[in-house]
Design a protein around this ligand. Structure first.
Ligand SMILES: CSC[C@H]1O[C@H](OP(=O)(O)O)[C@H](O)[C@@H]1O
Ligand SMILES: Nc1ncnc2[nH]cnc12
Length: 331
């Protein structure tokens, strides 16, 4: 992943560079936003800079914009599939995305995702803040910062029983509900739901869709994993806002999902997502505003007990890479 190709090569060629330590200090960026399908920029924020950090895992899927809101809070934004939607869900450079946000100082990530609904009560255009996830990716995506590729020789097992930050998730659900009640009262917000993350890029068969329902899945997408796993390994608070675009393929009397249906719904979802983002940035920033914040302390250091490999056995070449995502790592 350190040799950029395709869209990543285009990003590398982009003139945007890594910010200086003085800039980072001035901006105090604590919140990162990952835009999903249809969300390629932030609306209603003032652009301050565009940066493109090269991480040990390559470049992020898009240059990262640093913007501020009216209260002066800075946020970092990247587009998961690139600015031209050129990365498939299976080829998004997730380690670079998470590592680059971490390198800017981000402590909490709010990620957006267009999803199919596996339940009658979750209608297209509804918002869902899931609490659980079922992994149906097929092992072709890099799923960990540890033990793969150039990071072979170090083994870590992160806790993932609660895949989303249990402090951030209820806050995101509450503020999304309050905001949408004002700006889009027909849009329902559902909490405590289970997402299924499938490989794609094809949508599910009807049999698969029915199976996911039987398993307890409520919504389905192709991109929440390994993003949530790598955010956990990088000790970041991470929450997902899923916006429903379709009923997938489980309804016997309906046409199964196609891209046209998804896109038709996305326009409304994206407008609502921009409003919800605007409402969430300050409250999330307040939770992680400095290194003494409770939520920062809750996540930082959690990987100390997860790294199994004895420090003397970890290859010297891997150590600075671990330090890039876990600055406390001193072995
Ligand atoms: C455009 S339909 C399938 C596509 O949409 C979702 O993307 P994202 O999660 O980035 O909004 C889904 O995961 C698939 O990648
Ligand atoms: N039905 C579906 N399956 C997987 N990912 C999706 N993204 C939007 N709708 C989807």
């Amino acid at each position: 992943m350190s040799t950029p190709s395709g869209q990543a090569a285009a990003n590398a060629a982009n003139k945007a560079v890594a910010p200086s330590p003085a800039q980072l200090k001035e901006w105090n960026i604590r919140v990162g936003i990952i835009g999903g399908s249809g969300i390629y920029k932030l609306e209603g924020f003032q652009l301050v800079a565009t940066v493109n950090p090269q991480t040990p895992w390559g470049y992020p899927s898009s240059p990262i914009t640093i913007s501020k809101n009216a209260s002066g809070t800075h946020v970092a934004f990247l587009a998961r599939h690139g600015l031209t939607h050129s990365f498939t869900p299976s080829t998004v450079p997730v380690p670079a995305n998470i590592a680059s946000l971490k390198s800017l100082g981000v402590k909490a990530i709010l990620a957006f995702s267009a999803v199919g609904s596996l339940r009658e009560e979750i209608a297209p255009k509804d918002f869902v803040v899931p609490s659980q996830i079922i992994d149906r990716t097929k092992g072709i995506r890099r799923g960990s910062f540890f033990g793969e590729g150039e990071d072979k020789g170090v083994v870590a097992h992160a806790m993932f029983g609660d895949p989303f930050c249990e402090t951030l998730r209820p806050l995101v659900e509450k503020i999304a509900r309050e905001t949408l009640a004002k700006v889009a009262p027909n849009v329902k917000v559902h909490g405590n739901k289970t997402a299924v993350c499938m490989e794609g890029p094809q949508f599910s068969t009807r049999a698969e869709s029915l199976m996911y329902r039987a398993w307890g899945g409520d919504i389905i997408n192709m991109s929440a994993l390994p993003e949530a796993k790598l955010a956990r390994e990088a000790e970041l608070a991470y929450a997902l806002i899923a916006t429903a675009t379709d009923y997938d393929a489980w309804r016997p009397s309906e046409e199964s999902v196609g891209v046209a249906e998804v896109i038709a719904c996305l326009v409304a979802n994206v407008q609502a997502s921009q409003k919800v983002t605007a409402a969430l940035v300050d409250p999330i920033h307040a939770l992680v505003k400095d290194d003494e914040s409770e939520l920062v302390k809750k996540h930082e250091g959690t990987m100390r007990d997860s790294i199994m490999t004895r420090s003397e056995a970890i290859p010297e070449s891997v150590k600075p890479r671990i330090r890039y995502i876990l600055p406390w790592f001193a072995a």
